[in-house]
Ligand binder design. Structure first.
Ligand code: ZN
Length: 337
């Protein structure tokens, strides 16, 4: 997107201020989005499915923790500095980053107690999607194919923790992350990506926590029927892309439409502006905000089989969290023996 740093920072501040006030802009955006979704001919979302609850969870966390807004502003400033250095060529391409990954399976029945193989299938998808080795790259339209990139971020399954529970739905209140209330405690989130696989309920596929938030709840949550590519994974969300999308948030990516109208940014230069999510398997071109939407980006809401790429700009944004002074710098430091 054609945006200056100043505009990005301003919008960040404006967004945080308005959403933090509990009013208004954000709520109005959500209202607008609802009406747009009703009218949008590209929208084929089923009423029973909510692709991602990350932004709603962020609002709840900000309401409980006023210091979070300031911390995320600092992370945004750090990120933009990193991105500018990369663009100027003053910072060389970076080495591969390995992310130790802990999967917590919290189940109330055998369907939810997904197999090791289903978990392996998800780790394989993450490693393909983040290294541009997914097998559906040829479906990216020519307009965007040169922007598709290898983020050089790898995921290494460290351990699987299984917890039996009588609870059948966990919602988005993070209780699955605490053994004291029947969940499973986080494993050192300064060195591990924690993934909780449990039934969130009310049609929610997954949610993530952005960098800078509470270390005790840091990670992502995905319902078992949308995790991996086999077993209980259910179409059209059975290609592992819910987890790819949520890990994108965990690495500081925003939704590709910037969670607002055409003037709100996802803080990434090479993604086109948009004013809302796309659902189903959109046909190319899908025109919104006078440009073609990158509906096949992992940070849109398209069906799993119809998302195929991160961009170079998104890569730089994700890599920034591991740079010196970044919120996940400890992952890189822990790689050094
Ligand atoms: Zn999302």
């Amino acid at each position: 997107m054609q945006r200056t740093i100043l505009i990005s920072v301003f919008l960040t501040l404006a967004y945080f201020f308005l959403s933090g006030c509990g009013n208004s802009k954000k709520e109005k955006q959500e209202v607008n989005n609802v009406s747009e979704e009703t009218e949008n001919p590209h929208n084929t979302q089923k009423d029973s499915v909510i692709r991602c609850s990350t932004m709603e969870v962020l609002q709840k966390h900000m309401a409980k923790n006023p210091g979070l807004r300031e911390k995320m502003e600092a992370i945004e400033n750090h990120c933009q500095t990193f991105v500018q250095l990369r663009k100027s060529g003053k910072m060389q391409d970076l080495d591969t980053i390995m992310i130790p990954t802990v999967v917590h399976v919290i189940y109330s029945n055998e369907n939810e107690n997904i197999s090791d193989e289903q978990i392996y299938s998800q780790i394989e998808v993450l490693n393909q999607d983040f290294t541009k080795s997914n097998t559906d790259l040829d479906q990216i339209p020519e307009e965007f194919s040169s922007l598709s990139t290898n983020t050089k971020i790898h995921f290494d399954l460290d351990s699987i923790i299984r917890v039996s529970s009588t609870r059948t739905a966990w919602g988005t209140g993070d209780q699955m992350k605490f053994s004291s209330v029947g969940g499973s405690d986080v494993i050192d989130s300064s060195k591990n990506l924690n993934i909780w696989v449990c039934n969130i309920g009310v049609g929610i596929l997954g949610y993530a926590q952005f960098p800078g938030d509470n270390a005790m709840t840091d990670g992502i949550v995905v319902s078992p029927q949308f995790f991996g590519t086999m077993g209980s994974a259910t179409a059209p969300f059975d290609k592992g892309r819910t987890t790819t999308h949520e890990v994108g948030h965990w690495l500081n990516l925003r939704h590709i439409w910037g969670d607002g109208n055409c003037s709100l940014d996802d803080f990434v230069e090479d993604t086109p502006p948009s004013d809302g999510p796309n659902y189903g398997c959109p046909t190319y071109p899908t025109v919104r905000c006078n440009t073609n939407d990158m509906t096949m980006n992992y940070m849109d809401y398209s069906d799993d089989a119809c998302m195929h790429m991160f961009t170079e700009g998104q890569k730089n944004r994700m890599r920034a969290v591991f740079a010196e002074g970044g919120p996940r710098e400890s992952f890189v430091k822990s790689m050094i023996p």
